[in-house]
Design a protein. Structure first.
Length: 309
C-alpha cells in the first residue's frame, strides 16, 4: 500500500515549494517556517514582521557602494540640467511616484519625476513606459531608474531598453540578486531582502527597501546640488502655515539673526529662504543676494564664501 506523506513533513513542503517556485525570484518564494502564519497570536505576528523589517536596513547598507556610485552619476547629470526619471509598476511604481512627488515641495525642483502605473494589466506591456519616456524626450543628460522588486517586470524592462536607446544613463533597483533588470541597466542596485513574510507580497520588505533606497538617492542628490544649507530645508515651497514657519526657522538657524531681522529678510525675499539667508549672511539687499545665488548656481555656501568663513 502506498502512503501519502502529510503536509506536516518539512520534506514534503520543501518539495512542493521547489515545484511551485523553482524559477521564481526570492521575493516570491514561500518561507516554509511560516506555513502556520495564520495560526499565530497577534503579538507574535507583530514581533515577527518587525524582526523581518529590521533586516531591510542591513540589506540596504550592504548595497551602500552601488547606491553611492549611482548618486554620483545622477548628480553629475542633474547639475547639467538633466532629470532623474523613476519607472515602476504596481507597488514599485507607487514607491517611485511617492518619492518623486515629495521632491517638488521639499526641494523646489522639477528634475525628479516618475513614470508609473498601478494597472496590473499594464505591468506586462513592455512598450507602455517607453512611450511615456519618449513623450518626455529623455536623452543623454537624463537618468532613468527602473524599480522592480523581482527585477523582471516587463513594463520596467521596456523602459530601460528605451532609455538606453535614447542615450540616457540607466539604473536598475531590484530586491534580488542577478535579475534581468540588473543585467539590462548600466548600473545595478541590488538589495537582497529575501522571501517575504507573506510569499510574494513585495509591498512588505521589498517595498520598505525601495523606499529607503529612493529616499536616500533623492535626498543626497538634492543635498549635493545645494538644495539644503547644512541639514536645513532652505528650498522648501512655503505654501502653507506649517511650511512658512519651517522656512522662518531655517533662516533663523542659518543666520542666528534676531527674529525681527529674519521676518524682514523673508518678507523682502518674498518668502524665499535662500535669498533671505544670503541677504542676512552677506549683509546685502535681496537683489544682490539673488545675484550671488545665481552666480553660485543656487548653492548658499558658495554665494557667501567671500564673507563667511
Amino acid at each position: 500500500m502506498t502512503h501519502l506523506a502529510t503536509p506536516d513533513s518539512p520534506l514534503v513542503w520543501e518539495a512542493v515549494t521547489r515545484a511551485l517556485t523553482g524559477g521564481a525570484a526570492t521575493t516570491e518564494r514561500q518561507r516554509i517556517d511560516l506555513r502556520d502564519l495564520d495560526l499565530q497570536p497577534t503579538k507574535e505576528l507583530v514581533r515577527l514582521i518587525n524582526t523581518e523589517d529590521r533586516t531591510v536596513a542591513e540589506a540596504v547598507d550592504g548595497a551602500a557602494g552601488s547606491i553611492a556610485g549611482a548618486i554620483d552619476m545622477i548628480v553629475e547629470r542633474l547639475a547639467r540640467g538633466g532629470r532623474l526619471v523613476y519607472v515602476g509598476a504596481g507597488s514599485s511604481g507607487r514607491a517611485a511616484a511617492g518619492d518623486a512627488a515629495e521632491c517638488g515641495p521639499t526641494f523646489s525642483t522639477d528634475q525628479i519625476l516618475a513614470v508609473a502605473t498601478e494597472d496590473e494589466a499594464v505591468e506586462d506591456d513592455r512598450d507602455a513606459a517607453g512611450r511615456e519616456l519618449q513623450a518626455l524626450a529623455v536623452g543623454p543628460i537624463d537618468v532613468v531608474l527602473g524599480v522592480s522588486a523581482g527585477g523582471s517586470t516587463p513594463y520596467t524592462l521596456g523602459a530601460i531598453d528605451r532609455a538606453r536607446a535614447a542615450g540616457s544613463l540607466t539604473i536598475g533597483l531590484a530586491c534580488v540578486a542577478g535579475s534581468e533588470l540588473a543585467r539590462r541597466a548600466d548600473r545595478a542596485i541590488e538589495v537582497e531582502v529575501g522571501p517575504e513574510v507573506i510569499a510574494g507580497s513585495t509591498r512588505m520588505k521589498a517595498g520598505t527597501a525601495q523606499k529607503l533606497v529612493l529616499n536616500t538617492i533623492s535626498t543626497i542628490v538634492m543635498v549635493q546640488l545645494g538644495k539644503t544649507f547644512g541639514n536645513l530645508m532652505v528650498d522648501v515651497q512655503a505654501s502653507n502655515e506649517k511650511l512658512r514657519a519651517r522656512a522662518c526657522r531655517a533662516v533663523a538657524l542659518a543666520t542666528a539673526a534676531p527674529e525681527e531681522e529674519v521676518a524682514a529678510a523673508i518678507a523682502a525675499a518674498e518668502g524665499d529662504p535662500k535669498v533671505a539667508i544670503v541677504s542676512l549672511l552677506a549683509g546685502v539687499d535681496v537683489e544682490a543676494a539673488r545675484s550671488r545665488l545665481s552666480a553660485a548656481h543656487g548653492v548658499i555656501r558658495e554665494a557667501v564664501a567671500d564673507v563667511v568663513g
